[in-house]
Ligand binder design. Structure first.
Ligand SMILES: Nc1ncnc2c1ncn2[C@@H]1O[C@H](COP(=O)(O)OP(=O)(O)OP(=O)(O)O)[C@@H](O)[C@H]1O
Ligand SMILES: [Mg+2]
Length: 235
């Protein structure tokens, strides 16, 4: 479904990704794990068309997308829930979700049904639909960020560190919903520093270090790998 081939991404003269390749097949949850600054966010922003490549290619369902504009990439069915949630603080939960419905759709075009689908996944959002986003807890804001991304009816969902700053119990609940979203037919590329959680929910994983993929495998094998255990699972 998604093929990232030998991409290089630079910020000025800093090389953030070098010869980076990974793929996501339809139906999978694939995770990119790695420490601060490894290049995880850069990878997702490249897929979304927010950063230019200096080498390599990205294809979605066989079509090159690395030369396309971000809004055209959204239209193809790729949604991005960014690092740090980025919900609109002064808008309500319901308004945030409405804004997630892709711009070319008319307001009446089943947006209400899509909002109800998000509420079914995250009942807490329904209870708080009239609450302003800034006043929500970190976990609730993360639910909102994921819900807003789902409003574009994506086939591929990019999630950047959904666990960031959340208590372990909340992270577990959120990851149950991420698995559920996948079961409902959405393919997921999940970026995480929380390697234990990410490797528990994903089918395959890639380890990024200093802008390079240094390891890739099924998640069961990654969990047993000495490098992953020592540096990322605290074993
Ligand atoms: N806008 C920018 N300008 C310059 N350098 C940047 C910029 N954004 C990221 N970088 C650099 O690119 C590298 C990769 O950053 P990136 O944000 O992709 O890492 P990350 O794996 O998402 O880290 P974290 O876990 O902290 O979110 C880092 O060295 C970072 O300093
Ligand atoms: Mg990041």
């Amino acid at each position: 479904m998604l093929e990232v081939d030998n991409i290089q991404v630079c910020y000025g003269n800093i090389v953030a990704l070098q010869d980076t390749s990974f793929r996501v097949d339809a139906g999978e949850i694939v995770t990119l794990i790695g420490a601060n600054g490894a290049g995880k966010t850069t990878s997702l922003r490249s897929v979304s068309g927010l950063l230019p490549l200096s080498a390599g290619q990205i294809r979605f369902e066989g079509q090159r997308i690395d030369t396309m504009r971000p809004d055209d990439i959204v239209r193809l069915g790729i949604a991005h829930s960014p690092e740090g949630r980025r919900v609109f603080p002064g808008l309500t939960v319901a308004e945030n979700l409405e804004l997630g419905a892709t711009p070319w759709r008319k307001r009446s075009d089943r947006i209400d049904a899509d909002i109800e689908r998000v509420y079914a996944l995250f009942p807490r959002l329904k209870e708080r639909r009239a609450q302003l986003a800034w006043s929500m807890s970190g976990g609730e804001q993360q639910m909102l960020a994921v819900g807003r991304a789902l409003m574009g009816r994506p086939r591929l969902l990019l999630l950047d560190e959904p666990s960031l700053g959340l208590a372990p119990i909340i992270v577990e609940q959120l990851f149950e919903q991420i698995a559920r979203i996948n079961q409902l037919g959405v393919t997921i590329l999940l970026v995480e520093q929380n390697a234990a959680m990410a490797l528990s929910v994903a089918t395959r994983g890639y380890l990024l270090e200093n802008g390079r993929i240094v390891l890739q495998d099924h998640t069961a094998a990654m969990r047993d790998h000495p490098r992953v255990r020592e540096a990322y699972l605290g074993a």
